[in-house]
Each structure stands twice: as structure tokens, then as C-alpha cells.
Design a protein around this ligand. Structure first.
Ligand SMILES: [Zn+2]
Length: 441
């Protein structure tokens, strides 16, 4: 798919991207009201800047796609979600356990069938692209077929995706259980088959500490050492009952998070979902090990798990990104995820500006994944994954943004009122992979 003969392309619109975290620098973002994004033949950023400055140097026959009136930003990066749970998003249940038993586990069981898994992966990726998400860190199921399905469908769209087979050898239904040996052997086979092949990246995926035996956690840590540029993804400190349970299972560890450190599962490229019930020592450990937090507000509100403390994470200089956590999360939209992250921050007594939220969903996530320079902004040479946002996508958005006085106001309205309807088009490595029906560019 990526071998098309292509030529230089240029896209004219307002451009927004980041060079730094707005929480630590007031020069963090670049904004070009009448901007131009130039993408080379290989699908990489050649230039991003003012139209007036860049247009004269373009070849006379260069194709310029006119998206004036819209905002081009880097594609969103969703650092935590479960692709097989797409089919059970928005399932009613009075608590985590009945939700898992009634919906999650039976839904995941169906992914042992490669055809079912492939069809699910196709829908899942198209849904991500409709929502402007061009990279995600994805939990598959315990079945290696589910990983093949995800990466085959992702390769067909030429997307930069991370994912992995769930490791789970205890405290789960028999039909979703692996063993220490098969789990690690399958993971290694999948790393060799997929990791760094095209744009695929493998994530070693213990579901969470209680569902892996000590032997499996030890082996997962060894795998993470043997393949140091793979990702690691798991859950930590999502709700208080789970934290107590981990305390009983691992009484010799100082904290839930420290269980992962003990088994060698904290390092750069390790991503931890939720992180609600961490203490200051845990946040410091997160920062010291170069690990990163995936904050999943729609999921935390849906399951009543608790409120993530962004200010505390910032104080410890821990890396933070945003995840939808579908299917406990209630939306694939990173805009809706920002909306709920904003409200969670308010409930914790802090404030999240829109610029910060757009940073977290783009360059902040790329940094959490150690992928700065590859994705997340329009640095020269970066892969040209980008989206076209329409501040007038709905009557209400149009009415609100018509009298927005600042960029912050426009972005805030997009975050609070926007969803997939605000994503006019999505490009992966310079190629159009989603376009919303409407007037043509
Ligand atoms: Zn999750």
C-alpha cells in the first residue's frame, strides 16, 4: 500500500502543532493562521509554516489541497484502549466485576476466530480514523490471532500502531487464560513477526498484576529487557478495591506500581493506564524510570473509578498522555476525551487549558512513547500523520467559534463541543485515509 508513486503535496489551512509542553513553556506551540504543510514523496513533513513564506518555493506543478477555514494539527494519539472491546462499548452494569463477566470476557473470547478478529480490526481502525486518531496503543486479546488481525489491517492503511497480545495466566476465565510459557512464547513470536515491520510496533501486555502469575511477570520483564525498544502496556491503580487486592497478592511490595518496577516492567516506552490511586513516591518512580501515564477520563467516570490528579503528576514531572480506554471509555473521540479530562481536572481543583490538552493528545503522547521526531508534530522529517479539524462542523460549533477571540477559545470549543463530526479529514503518511462527507476540499 505504501509503494504508490507519489509526488510532493501541499495543504493550505491554519496550522497548529507543538514544540514543547505548554505547561512549562509559553513558546510551546506554533500557529500559522494562513499556513502551508508540505509533504514529500515519502509521506514525511518537508516544511510547515506560513503560506506566504513557503508557497513561492513550491514547484509550479505542486498540488495544493485547499483546506482554508479549517485547522490542520498532527493526528491524535490514543495511548490506551482495547480493540476487541469495540463491540461492547456502552454496556450497562452495576460495577466492574459484572461488567467484565457479562460483557467483556465473552466479547474477547470471540477473537480466537481470525475472521471475526480481522473484521473487528477493520471497523476499529476506521473508527479511529473517523475520530482523527492516527496512532494508538492497543490491547488485543489473549489470542495471537487478534494481534495478527490488528497489524494486518493497520498495515493495509499504513498506520503507525502499537499493540500486543494480553498476557493473563490466572484470575480469569479458562477460555481467556494462557500459561506462563505459551504467553511469553506467543509474545516473542509476535514481536519477531511484527515489531518495526512497516509502521507496526509491539507492546508487551500483561493485563494487570493480578492476572499474571509471578512467573509470568518475571518472564514478561525478561522479554522487555531482551527487546528494549518494544512498548509495555498495563493497568495500574484504577480503583481502590483493585489496589487492596494487589496489596494482598504482593504483600512484600511497597505499592501497586512498585510491583511492576520489581519485575522489570518500568522503563522508557512503558505506558500505565489510569494511575488514579498513586502516591507521590509512585509519581516520582514514574518520572525516574521514564515510564508514562495514560489518563483515561471517560472510562474513569463511566466505571466510577476515581479522579486522576494531573497537577500531582505534573509536579513530579511524570509524562502524561490521554487514552480513551474503549470499551470502558465511552467515546473513540480524543476531543470528547479532552472534554472529560477538563472536567476531571476541575474536580481536582486544577485547570487544563485547551492548548495543553491538544499538546497531550499529540506531542505529549509522542514523547510518552519516545517517538518525538517520528510522530506528534510537524518537525521536518516527521511522518505526515495529520488531521483537518472544522471549527464550524456543527451549527453550535459554528455559532460559538464565529465569535472566538483567541486560539484558546476556538480550541476549547472544539474540545468541549467536538467529536468525529469535527474531523473533516485524516491523513496517514500524507495519504488521505478518511474524509467526512461534505463539501470537497
Ligand atoms: Zn484499559
Amino acid at each position: 500500500m505504501s509503494n504508490h508513486t507519489r509526488k510532493l503535496q501541499a495543504f493550505r489551512a491554519s496550522l497548529l502543532h507543538f514544540h514543547a509542553d505548554p505547561a512549562v513553556s509559553d513558546q510551546a506551540h506554533a500557529w500559522h493562521e494562513d499556513g502551508l504543510l508540505v509533504v514529500d514523496e515519502a509521506g514525511r513533513v518537508q516544511a510547515a509554516g506560513d503560506y506566504a513564506a513557503l508557497a513561492p518555493s513550491l514547484a509550479p506543478d505542486a498540488a495544493i489541497t485547499d483546506w482554508r477555514g479549517k485547522i490542520i494539527t498532527p493526528g491524535f494519539i490514543d495511548t490506551h484502549l482495547h480493540f476487541p472491546q469495540t463491540d461492547m462499548i456502552a454496556s450497562p452494569a452495576p460495577g466492574l466485576l459484572p461488567w467484565l463477566e457479562t460483557y467483556t470476557f465473552p466479547t474477547e473470547a470471540a477473537f480466537s476466530d481470525p475472521l471475526h478478529a480481522r473484521a473487528g480490526a477493520e471497523f476499529f481502525l476506521d473508527e479511529l480514523l473517523r475520530n482523527g486518531t492516527t496512532t494508538a496503543v492497543v490491547y488485543c486479546t489473549v489470542h495471537k490471532e487478534s494481534v495478527d488481525a490488528l497489524f494486518e489491517a493497520s498495515a493495509a492503511r499504513n498506520l503507525r500502531m502499537a499493540g500486543g497480545k494480553v498476557l493473563m495466566d490466572r484470575h480469569c476465565p479458562d477460555f481467556l487464560r494462557d500459561t506462563c510459557d505459551t504467553g511469553i512464547r506467543d509474545s516473542e513470536e509476535l514481536i519477531q513477526r511484527w515489531h518495526n515491520k512497516g509502521r507496526a510496533m509491539y507492546a508487551i501486555t500483561p493485563r494487570f498484576a493480578p492476572t499474571s502469575s509471578e512467573a509470568q511477570l518475571v518472564a514478561a520483564g525478561e522479554l522487555a529487557r531482551a527487546y528494549p525498544d518494544t512498548f509495555i502496556q498495563t493497568h495500574v491503580a484504577e480503583n481502590s478495591d483493585e489496589v487492596s487486592w494487589v496489596g494482598e497478592l504482593f504483600p512484600e511490595r511497597r505499592s501497586y506500581l512498585q510491583v511492576y518496577e520489581h519485575y522489570g516492567l518500568m522503563r522508557p516506552r512503558a505506558l500505565f493506564g489510569h494511575c488514579i490511586w498513586l502516591d507521590d513516591a509512585d509519581f516520582a518512580l514514574m518520572a525516574d524510570t521514564g515510564s508514562a501515564i495514560a489518563h483515561c477520563p471517560t472510562s474513569n467516570l463511566f466505571l466510577g473509578s476515581g479522579l486522576f490528579d494531573m497537577a500531582r503528576a505534573d509536579k513530579a514531572k511524570a509524562q502524561v498522555s490521554l487514552g480513551t480506554d474503549v470499551g470502558a471509555g465511552t467515546s473513540f473521540s480524543m476531543l470528547q476525551t479532552m472534554n472529560e479530562a477538563y472536567k476531571v481536572a476541575r474536580l481536582k481543583g486544577s485547570y487544563l487549558p485547551a492548548l495543553r490538552m491538544f499538546y497531550l493528545a499529540t506531542l505529549g503522547a509522542a514523547r510518552s512513547m519516545q517517538l518525538e521526531g517520528t510522530i506528534g508534530n510537524f518537525a521536518v522529517g516527521a511522518e505526515a500523520d495529520f488531521i483537518v479539524l472544522d471549527p464550524k462542523a456543527t451549527p453550535l460549533l459554528a455559532r460559538r467559534t464565529a465569535h472566538a477571540d483567541t486560539l484558546e477559545e476556538t480550541l476549547f470549543a472544539l474540545a468541549l463541543l467536538g467529536d468525529d463530526r469535527a474531523v473533516r479529514a485524516t491523513y496517514a503518511a500524507g495519504r488521505l485515509v478518511h474524509e467526512r462527507a461534505g463539501e470537497s476540499a
